[in-house]
Design a protein around this ligand. Structure first.
Ligand code: F6R
Length: 609
């Protein structure tokens, strides 16, 4: 939520163009308003307004601001609607202290009230602006000679909530001040230039050398140096070199990131499945040692967790396995102890709802395994074992390739558990593993190729509809949930998913002529019942769309069909079945005139509760 980028350089270039380009890469984090501030010859310049980066840039020429140090922000509104006043950067009363913030300052009302009493003038309704005024107030205190960094620390001690804060001051014209608590900040290092941003793609074009700032750390960046401290002690972090390429954060000829990312799935999954055997073995023995397992995630990652839940239940039999939406963890916190293993799944590795559940779980002795896409992000750092999807950066707000990469990693783990629990012999395990590794990339490629045109055609039929149902049974239910989420979040067609058997207990009431009902129908033990459910819907005039295999009888009862190949391993199904639904959502959004990369009201990384 909200994207931040800050740059300081000793090369004689204006940073505003790099900041504007960086903000474009962060636009998935929020895009209702945008702003940039630079310092040029000791003077602060600020340009900001409501609107997307392109629109505001066209209007105000953000990228032409002069100065070799600057900060920028793209906003996802929390406090105060999108407007010029509420857009970041914010400044103090003197206009010399400039701040951008991601997160929520929970005690801002009380702080603001005090500042108002002291005569400060506020220009916005945001919580973030208090930070600039608090800095001004600290620096005014003549009775103690405060260095700027000490004033910064004193202000941080006063605020409650979550933050990634970046600040510049006209009297410190080379230095960027940073601090993080629960909202991400990464530092990029080049010899003559230092970057700070909410996410790596913002500066990937210029450097791959990265330090991930940890909770509670404070940093100062000058063109030549990075200084980090925590609780008054200097930290000497080892920068990591990321493997992502600058091209991976570009559209490379595709009209949208989402479509590019759908097409990248074969490679993303192949890379993900190259996971180190030691890590898989360690994860498997942790799972087998635990008394109970709790899958924990949000949104699309939760749907991947549901696939894992079904598999683990099948394999682990009597061992209790739970599935918990992270924001609801409190109902399960009585289970957090040394015997519990939490399996957390998060693309960004920064979702606050997940982090808020993991912190108490860890304190109470639970073990944590996580799957994340962003290396060294907060959730892997809170985990005892971190598994990574190797999907590359995902820029489209709607998760696609990271979801199927999560599912493929869970499938890999399920195979290991089948062997480690004695469910299959060594030979069978080896065969299953080989077919999973060779089948997944190849089969995902053919699903994309065979269904993309169909998805586009179907989108033109259903884009006039206001509702859609997704029905499935058993292990296909996560696919139905994910299909419905994808469709509603980017095309704004109201979509809901149900266990197919449940549809007659209420949802069928609103079905009428041409109501789209999407049946996720593999030819397995659920086949006959899915056929009956399709008939029930058809009898009410529903438009039946099935995602199925070529020998399923449901094809004859469907108005529209996506055919996916029958895979050797049923573990691959949640991947092959979801891909046509991703494409359907994408083309429905485009057909309805919406930008699938930037659905309204959403942000990719949700760092508020
Ligand atoms: C939907 C989507 C979201 C995320 C959710 C969790 O397409 O992307 O539902 O899955 O916000 O995010 P992560 O996986 O980063 O924890």
């Amino acid at each position: 939520m909200c994207g931040i980028i800050a740059i300081t350089t000793s090369s004689k270039v204006n940073v505003s163009k790099m900041i504007t380009d960086g903000l474009k890469k962060l636009e998935y984090r929020g895009y209702d308003s945008v702003g940039i501030a630079t310092i040029n010859n000791g003077k602060i310049n600020i340009l900001k307004d409501a609107g997307t980066i392109d629109k505001v840039n066209n209007r105000l020429s953000l990228e032409n601001l002069q100065g070799t140090i600057g900060i920028g922000h793209t906003r996802w509104a929390t406090h105060g609607p999108p407007s010029r006043e509420n857009a970041h950067p914010h400044s103090d009363c003197t206009g010399n202290i400039i701040v951008v913030h991601n997160g929520i300052i929970e005690n801002y009302l009380e702080l603001k009230e005090n500042l108002l009493k002291k005569g400060h003038n506020f220009s916005s309704e945001t919580d973030s602006e208090v930070f600039a005024h608090l800095m001004e107030e600290e620096l005014k205190q003549k009775n103690h000679e405060l260095s700027f960094i000490n004033a910064f620390k004193r202000v941080l001690a006063k605020i409650e909530g979550t933050y990634a804060i970046t600040l510049i001051h006209s009297e410190e014209p080379e230095t960027i001040f940073l601090a993080r608590k629960d909202s991400p900040l990464v530092i990029g290092i080049r010899e003559d230039t230092k970057f700070a941003a909410s996410d790596i793609p913002a500066f990937l074009e210029y450097t791959k050398k990265v330090i991930v700032l940890k909770n509670g750390e404070i940093a100062t960046l000058t063109p030549q140096a990075v200084y980090i401290e925590k609780n008054g002690f200097r930290i000497q972090p080892k920068p990591v070199i990321v493997s992502w390429t600058a091209a991976s954060a570009q559209k490379s000829g595709y009209p949208h990131f989402m479509l590019k990312e759908i097409h990248e799935q074969p490679i993303a999954l192949r890379n993900t499945l190259k996971i180190d055997l030691n890590v898989i073995n360690k994860a498997s023995s942790k799972i087998l040692d635990a008394e109970r397992i709790i899958f924990l995630a949000c949104g699309t990652s939760y749907h991947a967790a549901l696939s894992g839940y079904h598999q683990f239940q099948r394999i682990l039999k009597k061992k209790p396995v739970y599935k918990v939406i992270a924001s609801e963890f409190e109902s399960y916190s009585h289970l957090f102890d040394e015997e519990t293993l939490i399996f957390a799944i998060s693309q960004s590795g920064e979702t606050l709802d997940v982090m808020k559940a993991l912190s108490p779980a860890r304190k109470l002795g639970a073990s944590i395994i996580s799957i994340a896409n962003v290396v060294d992000s907060s959730i892997p750092r809170l985990s005892h074992i971190s598994l990574y999807t190797k999907a590359g950066p995902e820029i489209g707000v709607a998760a696609t390739k990271t979801h199927t990469a999560q599912v493929s990693l869970l499938a890999r783990l399920a195979l290991q558990l089948e062997y480690d629990t004695g469910l299959v012999e060594k030979n069978e395990f080896n065969q299953n593993l080989e077919s999973l590794i060779s089948e997944i990339p190849q089969v995902t490629r053919s699903v994309i190729n065979q269904n993309e045109f169909k998805a586009k055609s179907l989108a033109s039929i259903i884009s006039n509809q206001n509702h859609a149902y997704f029905l499935a049974r058993g292990m296909s239910i996560p696919v139905a949930l994910e299909g419905a989420l994808k469709l509603k979040e980017i095309s704004y067609i109201h979509a809901e998913a149900f266990p197919a058997g449940e549809s007659k207990h209420g949802p069928i009431a609103i079905v009428e002529s041409m109501f789209p009902v999407i049946m996720i129908a593999p030819n397995d033990r659920t086949a006959k019942k899915m056929l009956s459910n399709a008939e029930e819907m058809r009898a009410r005039g529903a438009y039946i769309i099935s995602v199925t295999e070529k020998d399923h009888n449901i094809i004859e009862r469907s108005d529209y069909t996506f055919i996916v190949p029958k895979t050797m391993s049923p573990l691959v199904r949640p991947i092959t079945y979801v891909i046509p639904l991703q494409m359907l959502a994408y083309y429905a959004a485009v057909r309805r005139g919406f930008d699938p990369d930037k659905p309204k009201n959403l942000a990719k990384t949700v760092t508020v509760e």
